[in-house]
Write a protein that binds this ligand. Sequence first.
Ligand SMILES: Cc1cc2nc3c(=O)[nH]c(=O)nc-3n(C[C@H](O)[C@H](O)[C@H](O)COP(=O)(O)OP(=O)(O)OC[C@H]3O[C@@H](n4cnc5c(N)ncnc54)[C@H](O)[C@@H]3O)c2cc1C
Length: 409
Amino acid sequence: MKQIMKILNNYSFNKEEQEQNQMILDMVFELAMNEIIEKEQDWDEEGAKFDPETKKVYYPSGMMDLYKKCQQNDLFSIIVPEKYNGFELSYTLWTALIEIMARASLAFSMFFPSQGLNIEIIKNFGTPEAKEKYLPLLGSGDAIGAMAFSEPNAGSDISAVSTKAEKEGNSYYLTGNKIWLSHGGAAGTYITFAVTDKTAGPRGLSAFIIDPKIAGDALEVVRIEEKMGLHGSITSQVALDRAEVPKENLLGAENDGFRLILGSLASSRIGIAAQAVGIMETALQESINYSLQRTQFGKPIGHHQAISFKLADMASLVHQSRLLYLDTAQMKHRGEDTRVESSVAKYATTEAAQSVTYHAVQIHGGYGYSREYRVERLFRDARVLTIYEGTSEMQKTIISRGALSRAEK
Ligand SMILES: Cc1cc2nc3c(=O)[nH]c(=O)nc-3n(C[C@H](O)[C@H](O)[C@H](O)COP(=O)(O)OP(=O)(O)OC[C@H]3O[C@@H](n4cnc5c(N)ncnc54)[C@H](O)[C@@H]3O)c2cc1C
């Protein structure tokens, strides 16, 4: 916490904003470190569930009680505009919150980045009716925000989606299969792309908000994924069979969805960088504690240079990664274009998280391989960070394009 505040206080927040940041992050820290972290192991063991009879999905026991506590503390409304019952505070504060939640549980922290992205996209591109309806719902947490981009043949290349949207009267009807949906089946809003002009490639894609209350049975969960880590988070396959989307839920202009949303998608990657720092911080703390407590060859292992230098490398990666995501978030908060910087933050921090969690397991020796120890889960959970919201390879593609175009100017 001290480290986060030290960095935040270097930014141009006035005294009142600094106090507000401190107050909110203290509250988040208490909730994360006293209550959420206690449940992390149980959630990993129990996992999210799907009932094929009723097609319903379930978060593991107790997760929604803690979600409700976040709602009671107004945590989802931090970046919602005041006009829509939000606090309209900084994106920087929002990402610091994500770091702290991810320190306690990566699965639990999954509620925040996609909520933020739904809020941002609807705020920037929603019709007045959609803003009026969905921003207060997302801000109160009464609706969980999901992103439905991936399809069987559209992964890194999300412009390859084949879900089609047919316009009839005042609505569009979406048909297709979406996969890998975090919160799929539990969400109250799904941001998605669908083909509105099949002759135009990415320029024939439109973006929509699917409201499951309007879509009804035309949006159905097919299954949930059995994953290496992140067991407490729901990851679903969803079938859309003429799911109705009223025209008020079109984002931006028809056929312009892909171009519009790509920028928001890029900058939301800062939230994943914050998750990476959360995981790394916990892996570091667990390793420090263990290396002081475990004695071999007559002294705590932390006093053997091979281990203490590992700790030094880990602490350096955590510090530089935190600076990186908070600085990028602050740039975004100031309204700057952070598309390339967000990729740098996502790429560098999520790769750093692989190294830090790897060393955390190593420092714990055989116990690091045991399910009883938190570092085993951190290692499994961290693995997804270089994959979702754009793989490391795709981030490198964006970063290198940015570097080349700067050099050519
Ligand atoms: C736990 C989890 C949660 C997720 N949540 C969501 C969600 O909420 N919503 C959603 O829409 N999606 C979600 N995803 C999907 C995720 O965003 C994709 O898995 C990711 O974008 C990669 O797509 P892919 O899996 O199809 O891999 P592919 O695109 O098939 O890539 C396979 C490999 O090829 C590499 N590759 C592909 N193209 C290139 C290229 N041009 N140059 C170099 N290398 C390349 C990739 O980097 C990767 O290493 C989630 C995934 C997971 C695992």
